[in-house]
Design a protein around this ligand. Structure first.
Ligand code: ADP
Ligand code: ASP
Ligand code: MG
Length: 815
């Protein structure tokens, strides 16, 4: 005999049931088969919901009932030929009428007992199995419907399901000794109690039904068919990189399922353990995949950690006070109270000072536990020896599970530092004495991040995920997106970095995708995105709560740089080519640095000076290695350099500026470059990076533009005045040319003083041959007193700026 079970997800539609039938028929070719069926997907939830609605006198239960009636009747019509429908239709209708009567009773009495919940919730399995049994009959299979309610008996306990194995086994053995058929079809989940009242085996209990049949019939293996390829290293619905485990031990499976791997109902293994019957979990929709084998040992696959799970339906209870310290028997009393109330303690921790005990219990048992404990310790509470029990909500447990964890040290350290590095706060920690499980209590909102972080840490080829949120997709931003797309494979293969973009925004629209935006088609998708809003953008980044999140600013907007603090204070790194923040007040600059340090985020702005050239990085390294900067001399404006290298007085000056603008060598407002403000900001940043406390006002600027043109407020007016001032530009040009010199806009920092201005330099000067939009920086330091350390190269342009931002992103990845 074979025993199989198909879960609700495999039975969500008649098409799926037809697929299930194919698999069943394959098994039938090999042996007689018993198949346990769950309710059609979602039906049990509806049945319980209807009961709740009816008990609250909400007539909406009737609509839901009609919907479910329709669903079952349609399944009959879809699966069974018309001429053969009448008997099954009447059976189905009889069950539905019973159900309706029960709900009416609940509605009228305004009362929903636990017993009634058990009774109504089992109808889904009965209905699905009756229909499927009839379907097989009509396919010509010699089949028999087995009413599990007649065979499986539960003990009469308050809440917890306990099977009366003696009676159950006897019933099953007798039944199958007497009946003959090729295929037996039985509803899962349902049972009866010792008085004969219908009950169930608990949510998810159809797995257990299959195990009970399998054990009583002494089969070799029980097959559980579900909607995934087996038991995974983590819930594949939450952790995209999780993968199915080939084979695991009973203990590992038990621990994984107890700690939230819903794919297997925890008590399922109980009846199979003694007889060493194995379980195989397989995918209904991919029946050729091996799935997961659960058996006595998992010697073949050596691993320290088997899987990662979570439970999010818990609350923490905390009891503390001096009255607990050194009092023998306190814990005994504490746990006795919980035992008497039949409350299951999911996790326990006690500080070694014995000053507090912290436990996790199921959501719906927390209030009861608190009441019972507060009552039991009433006197101690009254005399302020201990405080009343505190309940903490919105928490979850994440757990690392593995048979061999006990013989390997350092795992918990790795686990907690991985969580800590991702800014996930740990509320409590516990390691089961079996050491098959290390659990941490964290905030519910962090579960997804924690599971993915731990999975990456323990199961994936070491690689790091970088999650980008990019604002500004113009010249620089679009180049950056291109580069990211191009380098995706290289980064993964060579640097083990997985870079994904989850958010994009320009000034009009924004776009988000938790799974990563397709970088091939981002432009169209962004056009269809929602209205851009800086506060909403931040909220979205915060709510995604992804590890290694990076906010990238490719704009020149002060409104955007005003948000950096929020990002950093939420452990989101900031990479920016926008100079405003770093060139703002020293206080602001310092606050950003401090926030980054405090919240473990990076704040990188290499492109603020010299686009992609490693200027700030070089300076930081000099300072960090103990060198002292004595002088910096630099040409820092790619735009001005381009302008003065191109301007030969043959074409008017304003045309040259226009050209620089078109080529992307200037800021959107070219006056920022031409006025020298941009250069002043850059030397200011270099001054600060070399350890000086300086403000923008401290920088002396020697203007070559007229005051009038500096005062303009739009590009049109500005260009008009440039046209007007042409003779002056010609004169500047000619006087340098006559001396055989070149015009360069130079920034200099020496003895705590910074100056920027136009200079003409002779042929011997290192600046003389600077071409195009190149930048050059000469660092004179204690180690480089005569021959400066020189960084030189293309210092402007969208492509190099984008690659500088890219380099900052990678710096974070390597951290
Ligand atoms: P069925 O209806 O077949 O009984 P369930 O919904 O009860 O299916 O269980 C299957 C689901 O269990 C999967 O779709 C998945 O979301 C969830 N799950 C949670 N943890 C794991 C895990 N470690 N491996 C596989 N599935 C898991
Ligand atoms: N249908 C029941 C439930 O949803 C039992 C099961 O699916 O295993 O809990
Ligand atoms: Mg299930």
């Amino acid at each position: 005999m074979k025993v199989l079970k198909f879960g609700g997800t495999s039975l969500a539609s008649p098409e799926r049931i037809k697929l299930v039938a194919k698999t069943v028929q394959k098994h039938l070719k090999e042996d007689k088969t018993l198949v346990v069926f769950s309710a059609f997907g979602g039906v049990t939830n509806d049945l319980l919901k209807m009961a709740d609605l009816a008990s609250k006198e909400d007539l909406a239960y009737k609509e839901l009932l009609v919907k479910n009636e329709k669903r079952h009747l349609e399944a009959v019509k879809e699966l069974i030929p018309v001429q053969a429908q009448s008997s099954i239709l009447s059976k189905v209708k009889t069950e539905l009428n019973r159900l309706e009567t029960l709900y009416e009773g609940v509605y009228l009495l305004n009362e929903l007992s636990n017993k009634t919940r058990h009774v109504v919730s089992g109808f889904g399995e009965v209905l699905s199995s009756l229909i499927i049994a009839e379907y097989f009959k009509n396919l010509g299979v010699n089949s028999q419907y087995v009413d599990s309610r007649e065979l499986i008996v539960c003990k009469n306990t308050n809440e917890k399901v306990q099977v009366n194995y003696q009676l159950t086994n006897a019933h099953i053995e007798k039944y199958f000794a007497e009946k003959d058929a090729s295929l037996f079809i039985a509803p899962g989940f349902v049972s009866r109690n010792e008085q004969g009242v219908p009950s169930t085996l608990g949510r998810g209990g159809s797995d257990f039904t299959a195990a009970l049949y399998g054990a009583a019939l002494d089969v070799k293996e029980v097959l559980i068919y579900t909607d995934v390829n087996g038991m995974y290293t983590a819930n594949p619905q939450i952790v995209p990189h999780a993968y199915p485990l080939k084979d695991i031990s009973y203990q590992e499976a038990m621990e994984l399922s107890h700690f939230g791997a819903k794919v297997l109902y925890p008590p399922t293994l109980q009846p199979l353990l003694d007889k060493q019957i194995s379980i195989r979990i397989k995918n209904t929709f991919k029946p050729d995949e091996d799935g997961t084998l659960i058996s006595r040992s998992s010697e073949k696959n050596f691993r320290w950690v088997t899987g990662i799970t979570h439970i999010d339906s818990i609350k923490l209870l905390n009891i503390e006070g001096s009255g607990m310290v050194g009092i023998p028997g306190f814990s005994k009393r504490f746990f006795e109270v919980l035992f008497l109330e039949n409350i299951n303690v999911v996790l326990i921790t006690q500080a070694s000072s014995e000053h507090s005990i912290c436990i996790a219990v199921k959501d719906d048992e927390a209030e009861l536990a608190k009441e019972a404990l507060d009552e039991a310790f009433e006197v101690e509470i009254q005399y302020k020896k201990i405080k009343p029990v505190e309940i903490e909500e919105n928490v979850a447990i994440v757990a690392l599970v593995g048979d061999r964890m006990k013989s390997h040290h350092g795992l918990s350290g790795k686990m907690f530092s991985a969580l800590g590095n991702n800014n996930i706060n740990i509320r409590a920690i516990a390691q089961g004495s079996s050491e098959r499980n290390i659990s941490a209590v964290i905030a519910k909102k962090d579960v997804k991040k924690a599971l993915n972080t731990l999975h990456e840490q323990f199961f994936e080829v070491p690689s790091k995920e970088l999650n980008l949120f990019i604002t500004g997709v113009g010249n620089v931003g679009s180049k950056l997106l291109n580069q990211l797309k191009k380098q995706e494979k290289f980064l993964l293969e060579n640097l083990r970095l997985k870079v994904r973009v989850h958010g994009l925004s320009n000034s009009r629209k924004m776009l988000f995708d938790e799974n990563g935006i397709d970088l091939q088609n981002w432009e169209k998708a962004l056009e269809k995105g929602e209205k851009a809003d800086k506060a909403e953008f931040f909220k979205k980044v915060d709510s995604f709560n992804l590890r290694n999140s990076i906010f990238v600013d490719n704009t020149a907007s002060a409104e955007i740089s005003a948000w950096y603090k929020e990002y950093l204070a939420n452990s989101v790194s900031v990479v920016t080519c926008n100079k405003i923040a770093c060139a703002d007040s020293f206080e602001n600059y310092q606050e950003l640095q401090n926030l980054a340090r405090e919240y473990g985020a990076s704040f990188l702005y290499e492109t603020n000076v010299g686009a992609g050239l490693p200027i700030i990085d070089t300076l930081k390294n000099l300072v960090a290695s103990g060198d002292r900067i004595t002088k910096i001399q630099a040409v820092l404006s790619g735009s001005l350099n381009f302008v003065f290298n191109t301007y030969k007085a043959e074409e008017p000056f304003y045309k040259t500026v226009e050209k620089a603008m078109e080529e992307g060598y200037t800021e959107p407002d070219p006056k920022i470059d031409l006025s020298g403000v941009d250069v002043a900001r850059k030397i200011l940043i270099l001054a600060r990076e070399s350890g000086q406390k300086m403000e923008l006002e401290d920088i002396e600027s020697e203007d070559f533009l007229s005051e009038e043109s500096l005062a303009t407020t739009n590009n049109e007016d500005f260009f008009e005045l440039l046209k007007k001032d042409e003779p002056k530009f010609q004169e500047i040009y000619r006087s340098a040319e006559e001396k055989g010199e070149q015009l360069k806009y130079v920034a200099q920092l020496e003895n705590g003083k910074a100056v920027v201005g136009l200079q003409s330099v002779d042929a011997q000067h290192p600046f003389y041959n600077l071409s195009g939009s190149d930048n050059i920086v000469l660092f004179f330091t204690e180690r480089y007193p005569e021959q400066p350390l020189i960084v030189k190269g293309a210092g402007a342009g969208a492509e190099v700026t984008a690659s500088g931002i890219f380099a900052d992103v990678i710096r974070i990845g390597k951290k």
